[in-house]
Design a protein around this ligand. Structure first.
Ligand SMILES: *Cc1c(COP(=O)(O)O)cnc(C)c1O
Length: 365
């Protein structure tokens, strides 16, 4: 069975050697040596300061909203994984959707200003499928209206914009290190926080607001990463070059196979940014074509995913009447094809062939 992604597993002996260290130290969680080591190595790898590891990417977003003390309405994109929006609602904030650009699939910067009111406190864009947002234009708008910017960079691990980490843009950027992501710690996530004081506050918040023995100084919660997660991260990080080079090869092959195909539209990538080849989305002519393509793949035991469907303005717990026509249309027609480090060439050839055939539409079925 071929899925949209397959978790990268490092050499098991290497992982065991880390586990042995955890057992001999007896220190399993609470800012242990491996968490500290991974924070150091990730900061270096990404080229960021103030990186804080947490237990998952959803809590990373929630901590970001909390420490920035967001209120009222938050502008965000309807075309993303549900956690971007659900985390806002969970924190008592009101998501206000800004429609996306039909080519980049990111929040359309042209449409941001029109949605800002006196109740707006922040913008939460997503670098969808690792494609960098127009970060400079978004920052200009944010500055003009005095809004915070939090990037959900869950897909954008290692991506650079103009030669620096994409996580250096915005007040805070968050990552997810879930097993389905390009770099993972089983479950996990991180915040990259521009302001030093906010970074200190975040550190407190993720551990119940406890700065030391016999003290509670802040309202906190528990979202600490543990040593076993960090050990996985240390192993995977060592193999990152290999992972990215294999993914790049697969990504480029898909591009070559589909470019110029009038029935298959590809994502337009930000020309100032690098890529991490984490997803391969294709937009088809209609939802019925998409269902045919999926059916044809499923018959061969290949399971692409409808990332992202449904468009989030349709969620039952957001304010009604927020039409997002572009997102709604794209979400009905977009399919992410299998891409992962060891997807075999023959299998990819087969996927390409099936998608080409089935995407031609009515003449097929
Ligand atoms: C995966 C993902 C998240 C949530 O991360 P978890 O680590 O699974 O909690 C948030 N936003 C986006 C865009 C994601 O893809």
């Amino acid at each position: 069975m071929i899925n949209v992604t397959k978790t990268y597993l490092p050499n098991v002996e290497k992982y065991k050697s880390y586990v042995d260290k955890i057992f001999s130290s007896g220190w399993l969680t609470n800012n242990g040596h491996m968490v500290q080591e991974l924070e150091r190595r990730l900061s270096e790898y990404l080229g960021v300061k103030n990186l804080l590891l947490v237990s998952n990417g959803t809590l990373a977003l929630q901590i970001a909203y909390k420490i920035l003390d967001l209120r009222g309405d938050v502008l965000t994109t309807p075309f993303t994984f549900v956690a971007t929006t659900s985390s806002l609602v969970w924190e008592g904030l009101t998501p206000v959707f800004v429609d996306i650009d039909p080519n980049t699939f990111n929040m359309d910067p042209e449409k941001i200003a029109g949605k800002i009111t006196k109740n707006t406190s922040a913008i939460v864009p997503v670098h969808v499928f690792g494609n960098a947002c127009e970060v400079e234009r978004i920052q200009e708008t944010a500055n003009e209206y005095n809004l915070k910017v939090i990037y959900d960079a869950a897909h954008a691990f290692g991506v650079k914009y103009k030669d620096q980490s994409i996580a250096n843009y915005g007040d805070i950027a968050t990552f997810s290190f879930h097993s389905t992501k390009v770099f993972h710690t089983i479950e996990g996530g991180a915040l990259v926080i521009k302001d030093d004081d906010l970074f200190k506050r975040a550190k407190l918040k993720i551990n119940f607001g406890i700065p030391g023995p016999d003290m509670v100084t802040d309202l906190g919660i528990n979202c600490k990463m543990n040593e076993f997660q960090a050990a996985m991260g240390l192993c995977v990080l060592e193999d990152m070059d290999l992972i990215l080079s294999h993914r790049k090869k697969i990504y480029k092959k898909y591009c070559g196979a589909f470019q110029g195909n009038s029935h298959i539209k590809l994502q337009k990538i930000n020309s100032e940014a690098s890529q991490n080849y984490s997803y391969f989305p294709v937009v088809l002519d209609s939802e019925s074509v998409l269902l045919n393509v999926r059916y044809a793949l499923n018959k061969e035991d290949i399971f692409p995913r409808r990332y992202f469907y449904p468009s989030l303005e349709e969620l039952p717990y957001v304010q009604e009447n927020q039409p997002a026509h572009v997102s709604n249309d794209i979400s009905k027609r977009i399919l992410c094809l299998p891409i992962y480090e060891n997807l075999e060439e023959d299998m990819q050839d087969k996927i390409i062939e099936i998608v080409r055939e089935a995407s031609r539409g009515t003449e097929q079925i």
